[in-house]
Design a protein around this ligand. Structure first.
Ligand code: MIG
Length: 801
C-alpha cells in the first residue's frame, strides 16, 4: 500500500541533463541523459502543457477532462537558447527550461515578473507494487502568494498553508476541513504580485496538493500513478485563468432550460403520489414559486433503477403530465448500483452484454447499496455509456421526466473499507484498460455523462437537465451538481457559500447546496438565512434526508414562509439576469459566482475574504451566517454600490456594517448597472413576458451591462435565435445616456422596457430616442422616475432640467 507520500523521500529520482531536443510545430520534445522525456505543448499564448515520461516513452494520450472544443493557437512562438536554457517565448509568457536538470521558470512576457519556478521540479518514485511511478512536482512559492480553486473543498477560500487529497468520496455529514469529499478537480489558481496563474494537473489517480504546508515556500503536487501531466495557464487576471481552464476542460454543452434556474423542492422521499401532489399543491396555494419536484430512491421498485413502485406510483406518466400542467417538472434519482436479480431486465441485459465491472481475477465487482447486493456498470466503456443513455427512453421520452440526478456515483459502496470499489477492479477507460486506481475519480463523471446523453437524446427538442454528486474536471460540460450530504448547522451555511464560490472558480458554476441542510433539521431562522443565500446560487434546491421532519418553505412558521417566498420571488424576478450570467459562463467560461479576489485581485484586502461574492456582473451578496443577527460587517469591494433595499449609496474599499434583519440580506448593486427583471411567476413560462423591466442604477461615468434572452428551452438559440442586448450607460451631471447594441434573431414577445431609474441626481426634463425628441407614443415618463420605452432604441438620452 502506498502511503500518503511525503513530498520528497530518499530514493526519489530526478531528470538529468538534456541530451536531445526536437520541435514539431507547437510540440517540443526534450530528452535527458537518464532517459526522461519532457514534452511541452504550446496550446495558446497563455497555456502551456507539460508532460513527463520517466522511461522516455509516453503512454496513449487520453483525457476525460480535456474537451475537443478547447481553443488552440497563439500569436507568437519563438524558441531560443542561451548557455543554460532553452527559452520558449509566446505573446504572454517566457518559459526557460534548464539544460542541466529540466527545471522550468515561467515569466510574464510583458514585464518579466517570475510567475512560476520549479523547486525540485519533476521527480518521481518507482512503484514496484503497481508498476509505473509516483509522480511529483514541486515549485517555489513566493512570499504573499495565495491559492484558490480545487473544486468542493470545504475550507477557507484561500488554500495557503494546507494540504489536500483528491479521491472522490461519499461523505455523509462531512464538516469543515473534511478532505477529500465528493469531487476531484485538480486545478488551482496561484496569485502573487497581483498576477494570477493556474495549474491543472490532469491525472486521475489519487492525487495530493500541498500549498506551502509542509515547507513554507514550497508548493507541490503528486499522484500515486499515471503521468506528470499538467497545464500551466496564465492570466494575469484570475477571471482569465478560470475562463481558460474552463475552455480547456469544457463549458456546458448547452444552456440549461430556464426552468432549471428556478426553485426546486426535494426530499428523501416524497411518496406516494398523493404526497407529491400535496406538496406541489401547497406551493401553488401559498404562491411560492417552484419549478421542479424531485423523486428520491423510493419511487423505484425495490430500488431497481428505471423501474417504478406501482403501489405508490400507479400511473407515473399521468402524474408527471399533470404536474407539468401545473408547472412542475419531475426530476428523478438514478444510482449506479444494479440489483443482482435475474428477473430484472436491466440486470440481465448488462450481464449478457458483459457491461459490469469485474475484479482483477475475474469475479464481478459485487457491492451492497440501496437495492442490496449489486453489480456496477463500467461507465468508462463507451458502449456501456450508450446502453445506459438508451435506458432513459421510457423515463424521459414516454413518462416525461425532465431531469435526472445521479447519486452514489463516487461510486459509493456500503459497509466496506474505503466505502468504494477496491483498487483492483478493472475498467475499460475508453480503450485504455486500467484498474480502479486510475478510473475511480472519473467513474461518477462518466456515469453523469451517459445520463446526460440519454436525457439529451430523449428530451429533444427540449434541453437536458442532469445533476451529479461525484465529478472530475470537465464534468461541467454535461451536468449541474450539488455539494452532497451537508448538515443543518450554521457552519454548513458557511461551507455551502465557500463551496459554491470555489466550484465556480474551478470552472463548475452550475452548483448549489442542499438548502437548509440534508442531515438534521434547521430551525426557521437557519432555513431562512440559507434560502437567502441559496437563491443566489446557480442551482437552487431545498433537500433534506426527511427523517428529521419537514423542510418545505411552510414547515416553520408563517414569518419564515413569507420571507422565503419573498426571496424566491426575487430569484424569479432576476431570472433574466441569472440566465444572462449562465450564458456568459457557457459562452466564455466566465464564472457565475465571483469571489471578491476574483472580482478585484488588485485589492489585496480581497485575498482572504470568504463570505462576500458577486453574482453575474453586478450584484454583490453576503450571507448572514449566525443566529440573532441584525446585520453584519462585510467587505464591500472598491467602487460605489447601491444598497438593494433602500438605494443608499455606499463607497467600497473597506469593511463596514450592513443592516440585515431576518427579512433582509446584504445585497448591493454596482453603480451603473442595468439589471433585467421579469415579473414574478409561479413557474417559468406561467406568464408571457409582456415587458422587460430594466433597473438602471445611475453612475457618473460609464458601465456596461448585458441581457441575453432566447426561447428559454430548445436549441434554436444555437442557430442564432437569441436576443443579446449590450447596454452602455454613460452618466453625466445633467444627463443619462443608454446606448443599446443588439444582436441575434430572436424576437422577444414584449415590445417595451420599463426603465426604473435609481439614484438619478436630476429631474427629468426631456427624453430623446435615437436623436429625436421622444413622442408620447415612444415613451411614457411616470412621476416616480420610471419610464416605458420601445425596446429597440439605439440611444436613449434622459436629460435633466
Ligand atoms: O445513502 O437517495 O446525497 O441527496 O437523498 C444516501 C438518498 C443516498 C445520498 C444523497 C442524497 C439522497 C440520498 N442519498
Amino acid at each position: 500500500m502506498i502511503t500518503n507520500t511525503e513530498l520528497e523521500r530518499k530514493g526519489d529520482l530526478f531528470p538529468s541533463e538534456i541530451t536531445n531536443y526536437e520541435k514539431n510545430v507547437d510540440v517540443l520534445n526534450f530528452v535527458t541523459k537518464n532517459g526522461v522525456a519532457l514534452q511541452v505543448t504550446i496550446l495558446r499564448d497563455s497555456v502551456l502543457r507539460f508532460r513527463y515520461a520517466t522511461t522516455g516513452i509516453f503512454g496513449n494520450d487520453f483525457s476525460y477532462a480535456i474537451t475537443k472544443y478547447a481553443s488552440r493557437g497563439y500569436n507568437k512562438l519563438e524558441i531560443s537558447e542561451d548557455n543554460d536554457h532553452y527559452i520558449i517565448t509566446t505573446a504572454k509568457l517566457i518559459c526557460k527550461i534548464d539544460k542541466t536538470d529540466l527545471k522550468k521558470s515561467i515569466y510574464d512576457a510583458a514585464d518579466e515578473t517570475l510567475i512560476s519556478q520549479d523547486e525540485l521540479g519533476f521527480h518521481w518514485e518507482e512503484s514496484y507494487q503497481y508498476g509505473g511511478d509516483i509522480v511529483k512536482m514541486s515549485k517555489v512559492s513566493p512570499d504573499g502568494e495565495s491559492f484558490y480553486g480545487l473544486g468542493d473543498k470545504p475550507v477557507h477560500l484561500n488554500l495557503k498553508g494546507k494540504r489536500f487529497e483528491n479521491w472522490v468520496t461519499d461523505s455523509y455529514a462531512y464538516g469543515k476541513d473534511t478532505d477529500p469529499i465528493y469531487k476531484t478537480i485538480p486545478f488551482y489558481i496561484g496569485l502573487h504580485h497581483k498576477k494570477a496563474y493556474g495549474i491543472f494537473f490532469d491525472n486521475t489517480f489519487r492525487s495530493f496538493f500541498d500549498f506551502a504546508h509542509e515547507r513554507r515556500h514550497i508548493t507541490s503536487f503528486w499522484a500515486q500513478g499515471g503521468e506528470m501531466n499538467y497545464y500551466f495557464i496564465y492570466g494575469p487576471e484570475m477571471s482569465d485563468v478560470v475562463a481558460n481552464y474552463t475552455d480547456l476542460t469544457g463549458k456546458p454543452h448547452q444552456l440549461p432550460p430556464l426552468w432549471a434556474l428556478g426553485y426546486h423542492q426535494c426530499k428523501w422521499s416524497y411518496y406516494p403520489e398523493s404526497k407529491v401532489r400535496e406538496i406541489t399543491t401547497k406551493f401553488r396555494e401559498l404562491k411560492i414559486p417552484c419549478d421542479a419536484i424531485y423523486l428520491d430512491i423510493d419511487y423505484m421498485d425495490g430500488f431497481r433503477c428505471f423501474t417504478w413502485d406501482s403501489k405508490h406510483f400507479p400511473n407515473p406518466k399521468k402524474m408527471v403530465k399533470e404536474l407539468e400542467e401545473d408547472g412542475f417538472k419531475t426530476v428523478v434519482i438514478i444510482d449506479p448500483g444494479i440489483k443482482i436479480d435475474m428477473d430484472y431486465d436491466v440486470f440481465r441485459e448488462a450481464l449478457e452484454k458483459d457491461y459490469f465491472c469485474k475484479r482483477a481475477d475475474g469475479p464481478y465487482m459485487k457491492g451492497k447499496v440501496w437495492p442490496g447486493e449489486c453489480y456496477f456498470p463500467d461507465f468508462t466503456n463507451p458502449e456501456v455509456r450508450e446502453w445506459w443513455a438508451n435506458l432513459y427512453k421510457e423515463l424521459v421520452e414516454e413518462i416525461g421526466v425532465r431531469g435526472v440526478w445521479n447519486d452514489m456515483n463516487e461510486p459509493a459502496v456500503m459497509e466496506v473499507p474505503g466505502k468504494t470499489f477496491p483498487d483492483d477492479v478493472r475498467h475499460d477507460y475508453d480503450g485504455n484498460p486500467c484498474s480502479h486506481r486510475k478510473a475511480h475519480n472519473v467513474y461518477g463523471m462518466q456515469m453523469a455523462r451517459a445520463t446526460y446523453q440519454g436525457l439529451k437524446k430523449f428530451a429533444y427538442p427540449k434541453r437536458p437537465f442532469a445533476i451529479t454528486r461525484a465529478a472530475y474536471s470537465g464534468t461541467q460540460r454535461y451536468t449541474s451538481s450539488w455539494t452532497g450530504d451537508n448538515v443543518a448547522t450554521w457552519e454548513h451555511l458557511w461551507i455551502a457559500n465557500v463551496q459554491a464560490q470555489r466550484m465556480s472558480m474551478s470552472g463548475f458554476s452550475f452548483i448549489g447546496s442542499d438548502i437548509g441542510g440534508f442531515a438534521e433539521q434547521p430551525n426557521g431562522e437557519l432555513y431562512t438565512r440559507w434560502i437567502q443565500l441559496g437563491v443566489f446560487h446557480p442551482f437552487c434546491r431545498t433537500h433534506s434526508s426527511g427523517d428529521h421532519g419537514d423542510q418545505e418553505p411552510w414547515a416553520f412558521d408563517e414569518d419564515v414562509t413569507d420571507i422565503v417566498r419573498k426571496f424566491i420571488e426575487i430569484r424569479y424576478q432576476l431570472l433574466p439576469y441569472l440566465y444572462t450570467s449562465f450564458w456568459q459562463y457557457a459562452d466564455e467560461g466566465i464564472p457565475m459566482l465571483k469571489s471578491l479576489v476574483l472580482y478585484d485581485q488588485e485589492d489585496s484586502q480581497t485575498h482572504f475574504r470568504t463570505d462576500e461574492f458577486v453574482v453575474g456582473d453586478h450584484i454583490l451578496v453576503c450571507p448572514i451566517q449566525e443566529p440573532n443577527a441584525k446585520g453584519r460587517r462585510m467587505y464591500i469591494p472598491r467602487g460605489k454600490w447601491y444598497n438593494f433595499w433602500n438605494d443608499e449609496i455606499v463607497t467600497g474599499g473597506k469593511e463596514q456594517w450592513v443592516d440585515a434583519d431576518i427579512d433582509k440580506l446584504p445585497i448591493f448593486i454596482k453603480e451603473g448597472a442595468i439589471i433585467p427583471k421579469y415579473p414574478i411567476q409561479q413557474y417559468v413560462g406561467e406568464k408571457e413576458i409582456e415587458q422587460l423591466t430594466l433597473d438602471v442604477f445611475y453612475k457618473k461615468g460609464k458601465e456596461n451591462s448585458t441581457v441575453f434572452e432566447d426561447a428559454h428551452d430548445g436549441y434554436d438559440y444555437i442557430k442564432g435565435r437569441y436576443s443579446l442586448r449590450n447596454f452602455k450607460l454613460t452618466g453625466k451631471t445633467n444627463e443619462l445616456i443608454i446606448q443599446q447594441y443588439k444582436s441575434g434573431k430572436y424576437i422577444t414577445a414584449y415590445n417595451t422596457f420599463k426603465i426604473e431609474l435609481h439614484g438619478l441626481p436630476f429631474k427629468i426634463f426631456k427624453i430623446q430616442i435615437d436623436n429625436e425628441e421622444a413622442l408620447f407614443d415612444d415613451v411614457r415618463v411616470n412621476g416616480d422616475n420610471t419610464l416605458v420605452v420601445t425596446k429597440d432604441f439605439s440611444e436613449l438620452h434622459i436629460i435633466g432640467e
